[in-house]
Design a protein around this ligand. Structure first.
Ligand code: FE2
Ligand code: FE2
Length: 303
């Protein structure tokens, strides 16, 4: 099946050239044996989910650093999870396309990027000595479902939500001198390569919306809202709070009520929310999920 509006392949050709020039092998670019730097955080402290809360004030500096270590492990764990879904979706899309078309070739190139990223994130989680924080229960089931069935706008929008939120956090972390060099380097590699993925998915999503039917978009809005809810509420897995002696539910509630954390989620979601709003993909049956996700400007977040 070759639907080839020329702008599709023009973009893909540019992205293939950029991939050839700016791709990184984390095995050789990162010094995996380097010790952690004493006193440095693993996410910028003001982005910690408990920053500014009473719980935060009662923690020692070591505990605060330890919490951010588990928070970055949680973000990376969710990142790997989404990447594994994305790789499955892209390989299926690729299988339907003409392998001589640049658009198809770029899909394969993006899978290659994600393969390296997932190894990199996995390796970082192991180096942190943190547990693997990944979605469980119904979220895990939904992940499997979308990995097997995701197509069209819901597939690209769900991918973009995860990619763009991670991107906002990593762009800041890579430039923050309070952050551990390992995390900064992992973030930098990911940011450079993800810029291409975001471009590819944004253009493809906009193209698909222009040609999609109304009924189809209604169902997609529900799935997109659920993806936003999962990303917003599970970016920081409540189990991270155990690392500093807190009950997960107590930590989750404190984070949900924390104005700093709410602002962080809103800020991280800003660009993707604006983009999806322009395409009219936020709303309909997904409205309540978006509000509960904490990613919208004024979230009704009291859960
Ligand atoms: Fe990635
Ligand atoms: Fe990506």
């Amino acid at each position: 099946m070759t639907t080839t509006p020329t702008d599709r392949d023009r973009t893909a050709t540019r992205l293939l050239r950029s991939s050839a020039e700016h791709s990184y092998d984390p095995e050789v670019e990162i010094d995996w044996e380097a010790p952690f730097v004493e006193g440095k955080y693993f996410v910028p402290p003001h982005r910690s989910s408990l920053y500014g809360t009473d719980l935060w004030e009662r923690m020692t500096e070591e505990q605060r650093i330890e919490l951010t270590k588990h928070e970055v492990a949680s973000i990376a764990g969710l990142g790997v999870w989404f990447e594994t879904i994305l790789m499955q979706l892209l390989i299926r899309e690729y299988f339907k396309q003409d392998p001589t078309a640049p658009h198809a070739q770029y899909a394969l190139t993006e899978i290659a990027d994600e393969c390296r990223h997932s190894v990199m994130f996995g390796r970082m989680i192991a180096r942190l000595g943190a547990p693997l924080y990944q979605p469980t229960g119904v979220n895990q089931w939904l992940g499997k479902w979308i990995a097997h069935t995701g197509v069209g706008p819901r597939m690209y929008a769900a991918i973009l939500i995860a990619e763009e939120i991670l991107d906002a956090l990593q762009r800041e972390a890579m430039n923050d001198e309070n952050v551990q060099p390992l995390v900064r380097m992992v973030s930098r590699i990911h940011v450079v390569e993800e810029a291409r993925h975001v471009r590819y998915a944004r253009e493809e999503l906009a193209r698909q919306i222009r040609s999609a039917g109304r009924g189809r978009i209604t169902f997609d809005k529900l799935v997109i809202g659920r993806a936003a809810y999962l990303t917003g509420t599970r970016l920081i897995d409540p189990r991270v709070y155990r690392a500093v002696g807190l009950d997960p539910e107590q930590g989750r509630r404190a984070a949900r009520a924390n104005p700093h954390h709410r602002e962080t989620m809103r800020w991280a979601g800003e660009r993707i929310v604006a983009f999806l709003t322009d395409l009219d993909l936020i709303g309909g049956p997904g409205t309540a999920l978006w509000h509960a996700s904490g990613l919208l400007p004024r979230p009704a977040a009291t859960a």
